[in-house]
Ligand binder design. Structure first.
Ligand SMILES: [Fe+2]
Ligand SMILES: [Fe+2]
Length: 195
């Protein structure tokens, strides 16, 4: 009986350890959606650079892309640490992100910058919501995650400013273009949290 108790206890301790290595489902989906978003951002800037790489805004886009690559690496690291599987929709975001970046860039550098403004506004907002949620529900936990979200949020808002400084608002049909992109981004976030 004693032996059964000990082995049962050992089993449940190892069971708990196995569970604790995995992130709880809300943190799981939080990391998954951010990883998907940073992957999408990487593809958007890749698409923009493919079209506008040799123009005056090429270096500006390249600099933002380099920062997105760092963001993506940070969320890949977090996904590994918390054992979070990527969204099943990665192949879709690969194509959709590149198409959005290249498509807007084909309309001109202003439209590419308008795309950046729309995307980064939604993502900046999304990161702020996540930070508020984490501060309220896990004030003492996930410090590394919070730091990474803050760092990315600051970069995204800087990208937004860069877009505005490079004539985003002069894009054809600026209001409807940015509104459509924002709706798409919010839908992508909603889906990536769930699938
Ligand atoms: Fe980013
Ligand atoms: Fe960004």
């Amino acid at each position: 009986m004693l032996r059964w108790r000990i082995s049962h206890r050992a089993l449940s301790v190892s069971g708990m350890r196995a569970i604790s290595q995995r992130a709880p489902s809300n943190i799981d989906s939080l990391i998954r959606v951010d990883h998907a978003g940073e992957f999408g951002a990487d593809r958007i800037y890749a698409g923009q650079l493919a079209v506008l790489g040799k123009t005056a805004v090429g270096p500006v886009i390249k600099e933002m892309w380099e920062q997105e690559k760092v963001h993506l690496e940070l969320f890949e690291k977090l996904s590994r640490e918390h054992r979070v599987r990527p969204t099943a929709l990665m192949p879709l975001w690969n194509v959709a992100g590149f198409a959005l970046g290249a498509g807007t860039a084909l309309l001109g550098s202003e439209a590419a910058m308008a795309c950046t403004v729309a995307v980064e506004e939604v993502i900046g907002d999304h990161y702020n919501k996540q930070l508020r949620h984490l501060m309220e529900n896990n004030p003492e936990e996930y410090q590394e995650l919070k730091e990474i979200i803050k760092r990315c949020r600051d970069d995204e808002l800087h990208h937004l400013e860069t877009g505005l400084e490079h004539d985003a608002e002069k894009a054809p049909a600026y209001e409807s273009l940015t509104q459509a992109i924002k709706v798409g981004c919010r839908a992508a976030i909603w889906v990536s949290e769930r699938v």
